[in-house]
Design a protein around this ligand. Structure first.
Ligand code: PLP
Length: 251
């Protein structure tokens, strides 16, 4: 192994244990079991070499937000996988890409329309697969963000649970970028309350999952009930470019 890879491995190992330590701390603070929280390492913009190192350090779940970028990476990682390896689509999905994602991705976290859900259902059914999905909610109502309005969730939920090839597991949100994570606590609490309402009103699913919290705010999200956190920079370091593709709502 080259020295550069050794160095990267050391840094990644350090980052991963730090993230795991903070997850445990946040969980324990509110009396939750840390093992019920899934860490999704967001590997967008990262080369396969780094993903491989993270995988060998025990990371089993990776998040990608662009289908085009993700597919070759998933294909390259495939031969390595003896332990579990799950890919989560966390970015906006265009309907013309649905046929490409159902097989390689384990989860789709960004379902935000009945139309998209129906297409996913159809393709999953063809593959004889039950696809775990989350409904993406734009809790803060930001113009720039994907996701459905909180007021529309109930209706979408009712329609989506009827699609048998989808395993409707819960809700996902991307909170606004703010300097102090305490500022987005109400967003996370809002998503949890919405989930609690769905449990009452759409009992066809038990709505077990809440995917919320990124590098700057996952501790707060866990305190508010996150079962899935999506951490990119906290594991892999700063991204090379200053862009936040998840903020761009594509037509
Ligand atoms: C990029 C991204 C993340 C991770 O962001 P970090 O700030 O690097 O932790 C999480 N969720 C979504 C939807 C993203 O696009």
């Amino acid at each position: 192994m080259s020295q550069l890879i050794d160095l990267q491995q050391e840094q990644l190992a350090e980052n991963i244990s730090e993230v795991r330590r903070r997850i445990a701390h946040a969980a324990e603070k509110v009396g939750r079991d840390p093992t019920e929280i899934t860490l999704v390492a967001v590997s967008k913009t990262r080369p396969v070499e780094l993903i491989e190192i993270a995988y060998n350090l025990g990371i089993t779940d990776f998040g990608e937000n662009r289908v085009q970028e993700a597919l070759p990476k998933i294909a390259q990682m495939r031969p390595q996988s003896s332990q579990a390896l799950r890919w989560h689509l966390i970015g906006h999905l265009q309907s013309n890409k649905v046929s490409k994602v159902v097989e390689p991705f384990t989860w789709v976290q960004s379902v935000d329309s009945v139309h998209l859900a129906q297409l996913l259902h159809r393709h999953a059914e063809e593959l004889g697969k039950r696809l775990p999905i989350l409904l993406e909610v734009n809790v803060a109502g930001e113009e720039s963000k994907a996701g459905i309005a909180p007021g529309d969730v109930l209706e979408l939920a009712r329609q989506v649970v009827a699609l048998s090839a989808l395993e409707v597991r819960g809700l996902m949100t991307v909170a606004p970028l703010v300097p102090d994570p305490e500022e987005v606590r109400p967003v996370f609490r809002g998503l949890r309350r919405l989930r609690d309402r769905l449990r009452d009103e759409v009992p066809a699913s038990s709505w077990p999952d809440l995917s919320m919290g990124m590098t700057d705010d996952y501790s707060v999200a866990i305190e508010e009930g996150a079962t899935i956190v999506r951490v990119g920079r906290g594991i892999f370091g700063q991204r090379p470019t200053i862009s936040f593709p998840h903020e761009q709502k594509k037509p």
